[in-house]
Write a protein that binds this ligand. Structure first.
Ligand SMILES: O=C(O)CCC(=O)C(=O)O
Length: 300
């Protein structure tokens, strides 16, 4: 069996804002310990507590056909390819995943990217928003699981924001890749899906022959434990899988124009990506929307 070695990640304990910004300038991901572990969320958010406080909220959940996430072509939760969004109460979702965990069901689902302030307003007091970046975040909650036959996952992609990602319960595994050469990540620029921030590569499948230019050897693997925070810089590629039933909160912050001059290499990375977005946007409406998003926030 082919395996893949991994680089290690910098860890820092309870940094001051100055210490955070000093590392942030390096434009590298890093792990923060000793912060989120003190939030009430990390101690209180059992399924019973969540059902008591937010169980009747109705939200969208993605359901997958068997094997959906194993196919490298399913780089996004594509409805046409066997992923389906269902609306349901949070308590129904929790009961459903509890059953899927105990039955080792091979069809799965994922409550992903749910607006925390809108759907979980009762729980805001259980969390202390990180203040390292002097701007308002938008916060999303992710609740997924893993059993013997299914693992909720987010395929390899990058975002155009800073991500301060807090693990509240259970564990999540991240594979991170530095944004060196955009095209070596095989973004799906050959269709009109506007998914230019996604990669066709599933880094777990190690398809070296199919994706020869992919920077396999650059991979950084992190298994995020409850109470840990992972900082992911903009445009860094990440692939995320559940290790067990788990809940996370992502705090996303806009990039400002001046940041490009304060962080090592970020401008270079941007100029490596932007021409492909621009060229693709001429032929794709979706991509035009994504390109506008690429610039969103920078000028405010
Ligand atoms: O937790 C996940 O499944 C994905 C998280 C992610 O990609 C993000 O916050 O940007």
């Amino acid at each position: 069996m082919k395996t893949q070695a991994s680089k290690s990640i910098l860890k820092i304990k309870n940094p001051s804002t100055e210490q955070f910004l000093e590392i942030w300038k390096q434009y590298q991901p890093f792990l923060i310990e000793g912060v989120a572990e003190h939030w009430d969320a990390c101690h209180k958010w059992s399924n019973d507590y969540l059902i008591d406080h937010c169980g009747s909220k109705v939200m969208s959940v993605v359901y997958f056909k068997k094997g959906f996430l194993d196919n490298y072509k399913n780089f996004a939760y594509d409805k046409n390819n066997g992923a389906d969004e269902k609306k349901m109460q949070y308590k129904e979702y929790i009961k459903d995943i509890e059953n899927k965990i105990s039955n080792n069901d091979d069809t799965g689902c994922y409550l992903y990217e749910v607006d925390f302030e809108e759907y979980f307003s009762e729980l805001i007091g259980d969390v202390t928003y990180p203040k390292y970046l002097n701007r308002k975040p938008w916060v999303n909650l992710w609740h997924g699981f893993s059993n013997k036959n299914f693992t909720s996952a987010s395929s390899l992609h990058f975002d155009r924001i800073y991500n301060i990602y807090a693990q509240i319960r259970g564990r999540k595994r991240f594979l991170l890749f530095p944004p060196s050469n955009y095209l070596s990540f095989y973004p799906p620029l050959d269709d009109s899906s506007g998914m230019g921030h996604n990669s066709k590569v599933n880094p777990d499948l190690l398809q070296f022959e199919l994706f020869p230019k992919f920077p396999w050897q650059e991979r950084i693997e992190v298994v995020l434990q409850p109470g840990e925070i992972l900082y992911i810089p903009p445009f860094w590629w990440h692939h995320v899988t559940a290790v067990d039933e788990n809940i996370s909160l992502s705090f996303w912050y806009d990039i400002k124009l001046q940041d490009f001059f304060r962080q090592k290499n970020m401008l270079k990375v941007f100029f490596n990506i932007a021409p492909h977005y621009i060229r693709h946007s001429i032929s794709s409406e979706g991509s035009l929307w994504h390109m506008m998003n690429l610039f969103k926030g920078m000028i405010s």
